[in-house]
Design a protein around this ligand. Structure first.
Ligand code: LMR
Length: 331
C-alpha cells in the first residue's frame, strides 16, 4: 500500500495538471440587447470564430439582454475584470469620464452608414479609444446598429409635438440636450427597464433604431413611431486591458482576426436587420409608422441644431469640425 499511494498521487497530479493546463481561457461577453439584433448576432459570430480558430483554447460566454450585467453596471464590471468583453453604445461612455464619445450623439451629424464608418475607422475613432486606456479598457472595434426614430403614444410629426413628453434616453448629456431642445423631459434609464417604463407610463416614449424597438417589443406599448433618423446607435467593442494584454500573443492575434471578421459581419447585417425589424413592426399593425416629408425632416434638423453649439466644448471643437469635414455635414 505504502508503495502504491505515491504512484496514485503522481498519476492523479499529472491528470489534474494537464486538465488545468488545458482549461480554456474564458471570455465573458455581456450585452444589453436581444440575440436577433446586429449586436446580438455579431457577438455570437465572434464566439463561433474565436472558439473555432483557437481550437477551443478560448471559450466565449455571451450574456445577452442584460442577463449578466445591465446598463450602469457593465462598465464597472469590466474594469474590475468580472467580465472580459462588452459592446456598449458609444452614448454610455460619459459616466466613465470619456464624454468625447458623445460626438456620436450630435443630432443629424451622420446621413448614412458610410458617414459613420468614415468617422469610426478614421482618426476620431482611434483617438476616442486612446482615451479609454487610462481607465483600464482597450477598444477593439466599432459595430453599427442603425438610425434612431422617435416613438410615443401620440403622433410625432413636428418637433413641437414632443413638448412635455417624458422621453427615455441613454446616459448622455448630449441626448439630454437633444430632448430639451425639443421641449421634452429626458429620463436616463437602463435599456432593460424601458419596456416596463413605457407600459406603466413612467416614460411616454423613447428613441431607438427599429431593431431595438421591435426586439424589445416596444411596438406593444407605443402607438406611433416617427422615422426621424435624428441620431445613431453605434457600439464600441471593449475589453479589460489587463486581461487582453495578458493573453498569450498567438491567442490575442487570433482573437483580433476573429474580431475583425465579426465586425465586418455585424456591419454588413446592420441595415437589413433594421429594415426587417421595421417591416415586422408594420406587419404587427400595433404601431403606426410616420414617414416625414423632406420639409418635415428639415424642421427636426433645424430644431436640433442648437445642440451642436451647446456641446462644442464637451465633445471637442476640433473633433466636431473634423466630423463635419468627414461627413460633409451641412447645417
Ligand atoms: C440603448 O440603451 O438604447 C441602446 O444603447 C441599447 C443597445 O445596446 O443597443
Amino acid at each position: 500500500m505504502k508503495f502504491i499511494t505515491p504512484w496514485v498521487a503522481a498519476v492523479a497530479l499529472t491528470f489534474a495538471g494537464s486538465a488545468l493546463a488545458q482549461a480554456p481561457i474564458v471570455i465573458k461577453f455581456s450585452h444589453v440587447v436581444a440575440v436577433n439584433t446586429p449586436k446580438g448576432k455579431g457577438a455570437d459570430y465572434f464566439k463561433k470564430l474565436a472558439e473555432e480558430r483557437t481550437g477551443g483554447k478560448v471559450k466565449v460566454e455571451v450574456y445577452p439582454n442584460s442577463s449578466l450585467f445591465k446598463d450602469g453596471e457593465e462598465m464597472e464590471a469590466l474594469q474590475l475584470g468580472s467580465v472580459q468583453m462588452l459592446a456598449p453604445s458609444v452614448s454610455k461612455f460619459g459616466p466613465l469620464g470619456a464624454r468625447e464619445f458623445e460626438i456620436f450623439d450630435i443630432p443629424y451629424i451622420f446621413d448614412s452608414y458610410d458617414d459613420l464608418h468614415k468617422v469610426t475607422d478614421g482618426p476620431v475613432g482611434k483617438a476616442l479609444f486612446k482615451k479609454l486606456e487610462s481607465k483600464g479598457i482597450t477598444g477593439l472595434a466599432y459595430w453599427a446598429n442603425g438610425f434612431k426614430d422617435m416613438s410615443a403614444n401620440k403622433p410625432l410629426r413636428k418637433p413641437e409635438d414632443m413638448k412635455g413628453l417624458k422621453m427615455r434616453i441613454q446616459s448622455s448629456k448630449v441626448l439630454g440636450d437633444e430632448m430639451k431642445a425639443l421641449g421634452a423631459l429626458p429620463q436616463v434609464m437602463a435599456f432593460s427597464e424601458v419596456y416596463q417604463a413605457m407600459q406603466t407610463g413612467v416614460v411616454d416614449g423613447s428613441e431607438n433604431p427599429p431593431s431595438n424597438f421591435y426586439t424589445q417589443k416596444m411596438h406593444e406599448v407605443q402607438k406611433y413611431l416617427t422615422l426621424t433618423d435624428h441620431g445613431v446607435i453605434e457600439y464600441a467593442v471593449i475589453v479589460n486591458k489587463k486581461f487582453w494584454d495578458g493573453l498569450p500573443a498567438d491567442i490575442r492575434t487570433t482573437l483580433e482576426g476573429a474580431m475583425k471578421d465579426a465586425t465586418k459581419y455585424a456591419d454588413d447585417i446592420a441595415k437589413k436587420e433594421n429594415d426587417d425589424a421595421l417591416a415586422a413592426v408594420k406587419a404587427s399593425g400595433k404601431t403606426e409608422i410616420i414617414t416625414l416629408s423632406p420639409a418635415e425632416k428639415a424642421a427636426w434638423k433645424k430644431a436640433l441644431l442648437v445642440v451642436h453649439k451647446e456641446n462644442e466644448s464637451r465633445v471637442g471643437k476640433d473633433t466636431l469640425d473634423l466630423v463635419y469635414k468627414e461627413t460633409g455635414f451641412k447645417p
